[in-house]
Structure formats: structure tokens, C-alpha cells
Design a protein around this ligand. Structure first.
Ligand code: 5GP
Ligand code: ZN
Length: 120
């Protein structure tokens, strides 16, 4: 198993640690997924590594498999909630122009309505 880094100041590290409650939809030894507190679609969950990685810019080559697994978990959760056929949006925001507000990488999984393109 890969090393789990934790930042005590980080909101999502605190969710990983169970210090802040979240409705968990999936967990394994490297990844957890939970519902977004402010959903932007009928289904909106976040898929995150347990280990603290601040932004996509900070992902290293040896974390490539972990980051790939975030996508696999996202697809599995979307399917489990009945959204595989109609489809869904997966997004990761990076830094200010990307609209990132929590600096612990996370995939958004949005489903249950027609998504717009391009995103705002
Ligand atoms: P970002 O803006 O960084 O791409 O996404 C951060 C997401 O985290 C937002 O969609 C926001 O609603 C969600 N979020 C912020 N604080 C909490 C929290 O305490 N619990 C949960 N479940 N989601 C949160
Ligand atoms: Zn963190």
C-alpha cells in the first residue's frame, strides 16, 4: 500500500480521518468517495485519495496508478447509482482559474441532469 500523507489543516484529510462527517459512498485502502455538501446536480459526489495531494500539479509519476484508480472508482459509483447509461460528468478543478476551492485533489462526479458544454 502507498504511503498516506495527511495535512491536519486540510478539510478533506479531516473527512478521511473521520473528524468531519460525510456521507460515504465508497472506500478502500487508498480512496474514499462521499456526497458533496453543496450538490450541483441531482447526484454529486467527490472521489479523493486518502493521501493528501494538494493539486493535480503535485501528482508525481509514482502516483499515476492511484490517480487512474480515482477514475475507475468514479465510473463504478456512477454505475452503482444508475447513471452509466444516461451519462455523467467527471471533473477535477486545478488552482484558481480551474475553480479549485479545496486543496486536496478530488474528482467531481455529477449526474442526473443534462450537463452544459463548455463549462462556465
Ligand atoms: P472544488 O471547488 O475544490 O473543485 O470542489 C470542492 C467541493 O467540496 C465543492 O463542490 C464543495 O461543495 C465541497 N465541499 C466543501 N466543503 C465540504 C464538506 O465539508 N463536506 C463535503 N461533503 N463537501 C464539501
Ligand atoms: Zn488533504
Amino acid at each position: 500500500m502507498s504511503t498516506i500523507n495527511s495535512d491536519p489543516e486540510c478539510l478533506f484529510c479531516r473527512i478521511v480521518a473521520g473528524e468531519i462527517p460525510a456521507e460515504r459512498l465508497y472506500e478502500d485502502d487508498e480512496i474514499i468517495a462521499f456526497r458533496d455538501v453543496n450538490p450541483q446536480a441531482p447526484f454529486h459526489c467527490l472521489v479523493i485519495p486518502r493521501s493528501h495531494i494538494a493539486t493535480l500539479n503535485d501528482v508525481t509519476q509514482d502516483q499515476a496508478e492511484l490517480v487512474g484508480r480515482l477514475l475507475v472508482v468514479a465510473a463504478r459509483i456512477a454505475a452503482e447509482h444508475g447513471h452509466a447509461q444516461d451519462g455523467y460528468r467527471v471533473a477535477m478543478n486545478a488552482n484558481r482559474h480551474g475553480g479549485q476551492s479545496v486543496y486536496h485533489i478530488h474528482l467531481h462526479v455529477l449526474a442526473g441532469r443534462q450537463m452544459g458544454w463548455p463549462p462556465g
